[in-house]
Design a protein around this ligand. Structure first.
Ligand SMILES: [Mg+2]
Length: 195
């Protein structure tokens, strides 16, 4: 099953990058949500391109559309970076999401048809399309062993969202599963670094 294979890849590839993942996890300041990411500060840190995860980062798990506050944040990023330098790199690039972006932010590109995170393919595609080195790409993700690991594997920069958007009211089982998975990732990385 493909869902399982990229999760398993996360744990095996994650072991090799465990020290850098721990650094990502412990980097300060901890970013609770994208709303704490100031576009001007990102640009000052030599970030030229944003690759954004969707679930947990722009909306709660499985939502069709970004949250209103995430839309406002996207607008402020768009003004500074330009839409053509923002990409959505989700392991679930659904048609509904893709259509909404095509109508609302037509130049923000959805990356699909590549091997899922944690493989570096999506971020390599982002860097190629934007014409920048992977080091200028910031991958914003709420998962250490998918998005953050993909960033490390591609030579891009990871930004770990520590307190993602969740909605237990809408999808209690899925949210619980992913919260447990996020916690398991953190435990795995801390334990792996002892070896
Ligand atoms: Mg996510």
């Amino acid at each position: 099953m493909t869902v399982c294979s990229h999760m398993l890849a996360g744990f095996s590839l994650g072991y090799h990058q465990r020290h850098k993942l721990l650094q990502t996890l412990e980097s300060t300041p901890t970013i609770a949500s994208i709303l704490e990411l100031e576009p001007r500060q990102l640009a000052a840190d030599k970030i030229k391109v944003l690759a954004l995860d969707f679930d947990g980062v722009l909306a709660s798990h499985g939502s069709a559309l970004p949250l209103p506050e995430a839309i406002l944040w996207l607008q402020s990023c768009q003004e500074l970076f330009g839409e053509e330098r923002i990409f959505i790199l989700s392991n679930k690039p659904t048609d509904e999401r893709s259509r909404w972006f095509a109508e609302t932010f037509p130049a923000i590109r959805f990356i699909a048809g590549v091997r899922k995170k944690p493989y570096p393919d999506g971020l390599e595609t982002v860097a190629r399309l934007a014409g920048v080195s992977p080091a200028a790409v910031l991958m914003v993700d709420d998962r250490l062993l998918t998005g953050c690991l993909a960033a490390l594997n591609a030579g891009a920069r990871p930004c770990y969202i520590r307190h993602p958007f969740v909605s237990y009211r809408h999808r209690p089982l899925a949210e619980l599963f992913f919260q447990l998975l996020r916690g398991a990732e953190r435990v795995f990385i801390r334990l792996a670094c002892r070896f």
